[in-house]
Design a protein around this ligand. Sequence first.
Ligand code: ZN
Length: 362
Amino acid sequence: MRWSWKIANILGIGVYVHATFWLLILFILYSSWSQGNTIAQAAAGVVFVLSIFACVVLHEFGHALTARRFGIRTRDITLLPIGGVARLERMPRDPKQELWVALAGPAVNIGIAALLLFVSTAIGLRFDWRTFSWSGSNLLTGLIEINLGLALFNLIPAFPMDGGRVLRALLAIRMEYPRATWIAARTGQALAFVLGVIGLFGNPFLIFIALFVWFGAEQEAAATQAQSSLGGIPVQCAMLKNFQTISPDESVTKAAAYLLAGWQKEFPVVWGSQVLGILTREDVIQAIQERGPETLVRDAMQRNVDSVGSDETLEGIVGRLRGGKSRALPVLHHGQLVGILTMENIAEFLRISTAVAHRSPK
Ligand code: ZN
């Protein structure tokens, strides 16, 4: 993540802190100081917040180390003011593994709370159930409450939270993955709606959580949907197979004629069996405008276009298409041009496979 600094490397996983996290610490110091607190009190506030984030890091390591047991590596763990993010290299395909990975985070917080409860009971602190408070609250009891809160909040069965993954995994044991994702996302949004309505009549903080859950569910569902639809699917399923190529010695006028006659907007420039580059609609128009209709394709085309193999999976290629300068990639099979891949093709493929996945059950 940009604007993040590495603060540690624990068990081979880099732990990063995002710049905005330090702003949170400064804010706590400032608000404590402006309330007329002593430096010691302000420092205690910071220590408390740092302990909370230590628990958040342990939570993320719960996910990361469980994923490691299933052979999935974690790229890094980043601390943000709203919590932690462990970037797993991939999500487990097996729903039971996903279930364990998702549960491991909240389980760590419950474990910490149990440990601290043991310690605070040992040093003589008592919880009074009638007043629902501790006999002497301090850092320890505060952390117990925070950890239980973290566990409960993360178990809300809605998508950005671990609970959403737990729900999806439980559903995916019985049904297709994309359908499980869809149901889990809709359940999360229904929950967000109820939270929002309750929030309207009382706690405005609930509205904030509801919005967070709503958009998180939407985003996460879309991402997992795309990924699960694209994961494991070879390029050849989504590529354009009927296409027009063009020779480098033709003029751009010929390309303009192809543009008018068909719907293809990018043409592979082919010499013999070799792909030299790609000529796009923009290249054609620009060449005609700037250098005239007699300009040769070889002078207007984009060279150094990377190509993809027909048996590569779509998952990794979407990023390359989005980030790359070319909107179309030639697809090769044993060095032979067999197709072209564009974002429109992939979108089309997704639309169709989503329609199949969402087909209402009869
Ligand atoms: Zn988590």
